[in-house]
Design a protein around this ligand. Structure first.
Ligand code: TEU
Length: 553
């Protein structure tokens, strides 16, 4: 939609606190570490930050298993640290979005510890149970379970509890109004502290059909789509909007699994639900079917990928608003996954991807470390990995006596831990991230890929990122302008125009490591070059390896 608001014009910078900056030498990032980097964050020119979960957690899924929604994770610091951090961001004009994990909590949360003791616990119905006297529960898929089984037997209550994710992440029973009120009270607690908004984790899954039918045939075995189609989903979101989001003017982005028709329902402003959504279709592109996150050895089809972006842009032309991202804590490093992390192309392709993220008709979400072109660490050994998702998938492949070497080769490209290695600040031991033993190994390329070196190089990824942000902020055409693919069948180049009130820009992105031709039918010989990731001028109709150019027509 064309309604103008700050969060449509904002660039959001995502901080994974565990890996950003460690202030006390325990090898784990913390809030005081982020506080020490507030001026750096401000220097990027971004408008808002998304903090991954900072609440108390046993960290079996690194904070996505919350054991206390109103206390700060011990390893990250204290509530006072949080208050200082929030004020530090606000003093610099930066808004703060917290990460809210509401589909499930940790099995160490008080609610579950009580509920799992007895069926008469007042918290018992904060969760979904299947009484064992009714026999085996109807099959449900689980994303982080080695057997992929979504019910876990609990002896004291002689019943099974539901978990779409790990068995340490029991799903919350949103069908229970008492639970929903507890959630809204907790959200108001953070809203009263001045938090500006929330990223709603796995939010499409919160409503369940408690008649527990078998997976309906029309889903063709797609559990994610079924989970994102609960009967009361939008009723609950509209209730949450009325009770909390609107009264406290909170901005929300939904991690909304699902297809265009489902995701549109979250963000159509006439429905008073959420503000923006990010989708998975483009980011999950290029994996082999039925092999979780195994990259296709033949690569991925750029023409199809362009079509996905066109589809999602069209979805939000009239109503709602989308997001653009190529990296986050669930993804590998964008320069490895979508660019080229070979030394000769890493910076070029990183700048090209940065141009892409910051020139679309969406709110850009930019992942910490991508501004210096951080790349995948590509672990050789399974022991180097921390991620529960990786270890679950490893066990699943092993259980089917799969090819473990091939699996680990694939995970060097796609595993989430590749995007979670510590920030590379400088060339001191621990990369300026920690003086202790880092919780996850630091990419050895920190000797050359680090903030300190980038600050001294006018042509670094970091300074290109700052330039691109300024270009976007100075040109509302790049924010609100209509998006039109050009040269759509070009297998190497992503080319599109942005147009608003007679101002027209042409964005050209070469996704290949070789010179390619581009046929947009647009004469650029008299056009102004607004930004280019090469130091010499671009030539018409040809693009150098990973060249990115934005022309003002
Ligand atoms: O992810 C939701 C989810 O569906 C995950 O399976 C995600 O899509 C996958 O890991 C992508 O590769 C959210 C959080 O972003 C993720 O970090 C958590 O592990 C998950 O929920 C459980 O809270």
């Amino acid at each position: 939609s064309t309604k103008r608001t700050w969060w449509k014009e904002a660039v959001v910078y995502q901080i994974y606190p565990r890996s950003f900056k460690d202030s006390d030498g325990d090898g784990i990032g913390d809030l005081k570490g982020i506080i020490s980097k507030l001026d750096y964050i401000k220097s990027l020119g971004i408008d808002a930050v998304w903090l991954n979960p900072v609440y108390e957690s046993p960290n079996k899924d690194n904070g996505y298993d919350i054991s206390d929604y109103q206390n700060i994770m011990k390893q990250f610091g204290t509530m006072n640290d949080f208050d200082v951090l929030l004020k530090g961001f606000h003093d610099r004009g930066i808004k703060v979005m917290m990460d809210l994990v509401l589909n499930h909590c940790s099995n160490e949360h008080k609610w579950f510890k009580e509920a799992s003791k007895s069926r008469s616990s007042p918290y018992y119905h904060y969760f979904h149970w299947w009484p064992a006297e009714k026999g085996e529960p109807p099959y449900r898929f689980s994303i982080f379970d080695e057997k992929g089984y979504g019910w876990e037997f609990n002896k004291p209550t002689n019943s099974y509890y539901l978990h779409y994710f790990g068995d340490f992440q029991p799903d919350l029973n949103w069908e229970n109004p008492a639970l929903r009120q507890e959630i809204y009270t907790m959200m108001k607690y953070w809203a009263k502290k001045g938090v500006d908004g929330f990223r709603m984790d796995a939010f499409a899954f919160i409503s369940k059909d408690t008649t527990w039918p078998a997976l309906p045939a029309e889903y063709n075995g797609n559990w994610t789509l079924y989970y994102a189609s609960g009967p009361h989903l939008h009723e609950y979101i509209q209730e949450m909007n009325k009770e909390v989001l609107t009264p406290y003017k909170l901005v929300t982005v939904a991690e909304a699994m699902g297809d265009v028709p489902r995701v549109k329902l979250f963000v159509d402003e006439d429905r008073n639900e959420l503000n923006m959504a990010y989708n998975f279709e483009a980011i999950d592109f290029g994996y082999l079917p039925n092999e979780y996150k195994m990259p296709d050895p033949n690569g991925w089809d750029l023409v199809k990928w362009k079509g996905i972006y066109k589809k999602w842009d069209s979805a939000f032309t009239e109503k709602g608003w989308g997001t653009m991202y190529l990296g986050n804590h669930d993804q590998p490093r964008m320069v490895t996954r979508w660019g080229n992390d070979a030394p000769e192309f890493r910076e070029l392709s990183s700048k090209m991807l940065t141009t892409f993220i910051l020139s679309m008709r969406t709110t850009p979400y930019y992942y910490f470390g991508d501004e210096i072109g951080m790349s995948n660490i590509k672990f050789d050994k399974v022991e180097d990995y921390n991620d529960v998702e990786l270890h679950t998938n490893y066990a699943q492949v092993k259980a089917k006596s799969g090819d473990m070497k091939r699996f680990l080769e694939g995970m060097k490209i796609s595993s989430r831990d590749n995007g979670r290695t510590p920030m590379q600040w400088d060339t001191t031991t621990g990369a300026g991230f920690t003086t202790g033993m880092p919780w996850l190994k630091i990419n050895p390329n920190y000797n050359t890929v680090n903030v300190a070196a980038a600050e001294k190089d006018a042509n670094s990824c970091l300074n290109y990122f700052r330039k691109m942000i300024k270009l976007r902020k100075d040109n509302e055409t790049l924010i609100y302008g209509a998006f039109t693919l050009v040269d759509a069948d070009n297998p190497d180049v992503f080319a599109f125009t942005r147009e608003l009130k007679g101002k027209k820009f042409l964005v050209l992105l070469n996704f290949r490591n070789k010179e390619v031709s581009v046929k947009t039918g647009i004469d650029v010989r008299k056009a102004e070059v607004l930004i280019n990731n090469y130091t010499t001028a671009p030539v018409a109709d040809k693009l150098r390896p990973y060249e990115a150019v934005i022309f003002k027509l």
